[in-house]
Design a binder for this molecule. Sequence first.
Ligand code: HEM
Ligand code: SF4
Ligand code: SF4
Length: 366
Amino acid sequence: MSLDLSPPALTATEEARRQIEICNACRYCEGFCSVFPAMTRTKTFADGDLTQLANLCHNCRGCYYACQYTDPHEFALNIPAALAEVRAESWERLARPQSLARLFQTHGVAMAALLVAMLAGFFWALSALRPETGEGFYAHLAHGTMVAIFTPAFLLPLALIALSLRAYWREIGGGAVRPSHLLRAFDQVARMKNLSGGHGEGCNFENGDRYSDRRRVFHQLTMHGFLLCFASTASGTVMHYVLGWQAPYPLISLPKVLGVPGGVMMVAGTVGLARLKLRADPALGAARVWGGEMAFVLLLGAVALTGLALYAATGTGAVGPLLAVHLATVMVLFLLIPFSKMVHGFFRLAALVAEAGRPAPNSGGE
Ligand code: HEM
Ligand code: SF4
Ligand code: SF4
């Protein structure tokens, strides 16, 4: 029997530490994104520092294509992949409850598909008990039933995410949050500044030789489309409970004016993101979670597409089955927020808020 004398493989955090220490000596990529200035605050990187840097990294890949120390150089740097691994690992480790998180890590895509199918069947069966009264969707599912099902399905994931974010804040040593930190972080999210490649030409996410703003544009279409759809639902709730106006609402009403463009933006954005993802090199991200990430993009697209189809089918016999499928996709999206890629928005926002609250980076280390 021969002895294996090769050094033990590094963990994701150890590998990221090895690479970041080289970058911190080189500093060529300082203007690319928030990660490089942030790393100059210290010379030694605790696990929490690496978790924070990983969540600041937007995976634009600019630093990989600019780097002279990538494979076949002996340093074999791949910062986007090293940080993506630490990031994915941090979301899995900090998710609450851990037992459910582990189950989703190993069987996430299958469980999401199964849940959509089961819930669509459930909503379809519920519509058999349709109320005597009610117009539009409510002729298929009573308003009270929808509220009773969706309120806990929305609030419970938010409570679990709050626990995860508390654990994140402790791990990275986040300080007191001031309104100015929130404003700076929201400004960066609104412009998705860190996906710009740092020089205004865009990033090289799907092609090392070409700069493009496509990923940023598709992301913003998806994100703002989602927020518009959310605002549409919220406005419908206010109109129902506060103003006493019953659905279905006319075309010129807040729920429709916000929801229809929001749905179209989400479909365009998710189709664009999925296409870019198919073209991009999986080795510059966390390859092991590629399938789960793609499932999340497709689930978001399915929520929007079924919502628009439902609107288009108003007054036809297709409303019943379409409503069941739409409600199932929305519910699975909500339920999976703490365990899916969907949680990235919360962690990334937290990372930007923490960064906004830290002293200006220096160029000489600690
Ligand atoms: C706090 C706000 C948010 C920030 C800072 C943020 C940031 C990012 C970044 C940096 C990426 C690319 C890197 C990666 O794949 O992790 C990304 C991907 C993505 N984000 Fe966001 N995001 C936010 C909110 C949202 C929201 C609200 C949605 C929609 C519901 C959304 C949908 C997506 C999608 C679909 C992808 C593509 C995933 C992929 O290609 O694998 N994001 N986000
Ligand atoms: S990625 Fe490469 S070029 Fe950029 S700072 Fe790190 S070592 Fe230097
Ligand atoms: S991949 Fe982009 S965002 Fe991430 S560290 Fe490199 S340059 Fe910064």
